[in-house]
Ligand binder design. Structure first.
Ligand SMILES: [Zn+2]
Length: 416
C-alpha cells in the first residue's frame, strides 16, 4: 500500500464532519488535483472525547461511500507507540509511529557500533544536495547521531513489527514522527535517521520532523518564514536522496504536523513542492472542530448559548485543558475576555475573536488556542453539544468545507 503524492490529515472530533470534509477534496479533484483524505485521531484525542478507532473507520467508510470517491483514503492511528497501538490495529491502515520521547536516550553500545560500521560506506556519497557545505562524515559524527536517534529508530521498528504481526501483513502505511521532540532535526540528521530506519527494516512512507519555529494549535506559524522555507526545501531534497541511497519506498515524503492554519508558510511550501515535484502529507485536526464551533455559534441564539458555555468552562478549567497540549499551545491568559463579557456580547462578536482571520482586528490567538483544546468540555456536554451541532449542520458544514478547501488545500496543493 503506497501513500499518494498529496494527502491531508483531517481530524474529526465529533465524527460528523466526514461529508463536509469530502466535499473539500472533491472540489480539489474537480480542479484536477487528487488530495487523499486521511482521518487521523490520536490515542490522546480518543481518550479525551470518549471515541474508539472503530468509530473513525466507520465514519471514513461512510463519508467516502457517500461522496463516491474513486481514489484511496486512509485511517491514521495518530501518534501511537507500543503501549497504545493495539486498539488501532484493525481499524487503521496508516500508523504514525511516534518515537519523539526516545530521542536522546542512547541505544546499547553494541547497536551503536553496528550502526556506525554499517554507515561507513556512505562516506563517499555525503555531498548532500540542499544541505550546504559537504558533510564531513566521521565515526565520531556517526556515533553522535547513533546516540541521539538510534534508540528512537529501534523503537519505531519494534512498533512496526508488532503492527505487521498483529495484522498478519505489512500492507499498511508507516509514518515515523519526531515532531514533538524538544529540538528541531537538521536536514542532514534527517538523512541519517532515514538511513537508520531503512537499516531497521521500517519502510517509512511519511516522516514528520520537528521544524524550527513554533507550530502551535490552530494559529499561524510563529517564527522566521524564510528560515523555515530554506529548511523545508532542504528536508525535501534529503528525502529524495534518502529514497535513492537507502532504497526506501519511492512514495516517501514529508509529513507536517500541526499543519493547519500555517497560512504564512503555504506559499513557500507550495513553490518548493512544485520545484521538486515532491509530495506532502499535511496533518490538520482541530481546525475542523473550530469551524464547527463557529457554525454552532452562528446558528442562532441557543447555539450561541452552548458555545458561550463551552468558553466559560474552558476558562475555568484552563490548566487542566492546556496540560496535555503543553508543548503546542501558548496562551496569554490575561488577554482572554471574561466569560460574562462573551455571554453579554453577540455570536458575531465571539466569532470575530475566534475565526482565524488575520485581517480582523478582533481576532485573538488566545481565544482560538483555548477553544482548540476545549473540545473535551463539549464532549462532556454530551447530547447538549451534539444536538446543537446537529441543528447547526448546514452552517457548520459550510464552514468546514470552505476552511479545508479555500484556506488549506487550494494554497498548498493547487495554486500556481
Ligand atoms: Zn504530531
Amino acid at each position: 500500500m503506497n501513500i499518494e503524492k498529496y494527502s491531508i490529515g483531517i481530524g474529526d472530533r465529533f465524527g460528523r464532519a466526514g461529508a463536509a470534509q469530502m466535499r473539500a477534496v472533491r472540489s480539489a479533484e474537480a480542479l484536477g488535483t487528487v488530495v487523499v483524505p486521511v482521518w487521523n485521531k490520536s490515542f490522546r484525542e480518543h481518550s479525551l472525547i470518549g471515541t474508539r478507532p472503530d468509530d473513525v473507520r466507520a465514519e471514513a467508510d461512510a463519508a467516502v461511500r457517500g461522496a463516491e470517491w474513486r481514489h484511496p483514503y486512509h485511517v491514521d492511528a495518530d501518534h501511537i507507540g507500543l503501549k497504545t497501538v493495539d486498539a488501532f490495529v484493525d481499524a487503521s491502515d496508516f500508523f504514525t509511529l511516534d518515537v519523539a520521547d526516545f530521542i536522546g536516550h542512547a541505544a546499547p553500545d553494541a547497536a551503536i557500533a553496528t550502526f556506525v560500521s554499517d554507515m561507513r560506506s556512505l562516506r563517499k556519497t555525503v555531498n548532500l544536495r540542499g544541505v550546504g557545505a559537504p558533510l564531513e562524515v566521521t565515526d565520531a559524527m556517526l556515533e553522535r547521531v547513533g546516540r541521539q536517534y538510534l534508540h528512537a529508530v529501534l523503537e519505531a521498528s519494534k512498533t512496526y513489527r508488532h503492527v505487521a504481526e498483529r495484522r498478519g501483513s505489512r500492507d499498511f502505511i508507516a509514518e515515523v514522527s519526531v515532531d514533538e521532540a524538544a529540538e528541531p532535526q537538521q536536514p542532514w540528521e534527517l538523512f541519517f535517521i532515514l538511513g537508520a530506519l531503512a537499516r531497521a527494516d521500517v519502510p517509512v512512507q511519511t516522516i514528520a520532523p520537528k521544524f524550527s519555529g513554533k507550530f502551535l494549535k490552530g494559529i499561524d506559524y510563529v517564527g522566521d518564514v524564510d528560515v523555515f522555507a530554506r529548511e523545508f526545501e532542504a528536508h525535501l531534497e534529503v528525502v529524495e536522496q534518502a529514497i535513492a541511497v537507502f532504497g526506501l519506498p519511492p512514495s516517501l515524503k514529508l509529513s507536517v504536523h500541526t499543519g493547519s492554519d500555517k497560512f504564512s508558510l503555504y506559499p513557500a511550501m507550495r513553490s518548493a513542492l512544485k520545484k521538486h515535484g515532491a509530495g506532502l502529507h499535511l496533518k490538520t485536526a482541530g481546525t475542523t472542530w473550530l469551524e464547527e464551533v463557529i457554525g454552532v455559534a452562528l446558528s442562532g441564539a441557543s447555539g450561541f448559548r452552548v458555545v458561550a458555555r463551552v468558553y466559560r468552562e474552558a476558562v475555568g478549567r484552563f490548566d487542566e485543558l492546556c496540560k496535555p497540549y503543553a508543548t503546542v499551545v501558548e496562551i496569554d491568559r490575561s488577554r482572554l475576555p471574561s466569560p460574562a463579557a462573551v455571554e453579554e456580547g453577540t455570536a458575531e462578536q465571539f466569532v470575530r475573536l475566534l475565526r482565524h482571520d488575520r485581517g480582523c482586528q478582533d481576532y485573538s490567538v488566545d481565544v482560538r488556542q483555548l477553544m482548540h483544546v476545549a473540545f473535551k468540555v463539549a464532549a462532556e456536554m454530551g447530547d447538549e453539544y451534539r444536538d446543537a451541532l446537529g441543528s447547526a449542520a448546514q452552517t457548520a458544514d459550510r464552514c468546514v468545507t470552505d476552511n479545508l478547501f479555500e484556506r488549506h488545500i487550494r494554497p498548498l496543493f493547487i495554486d500556481a
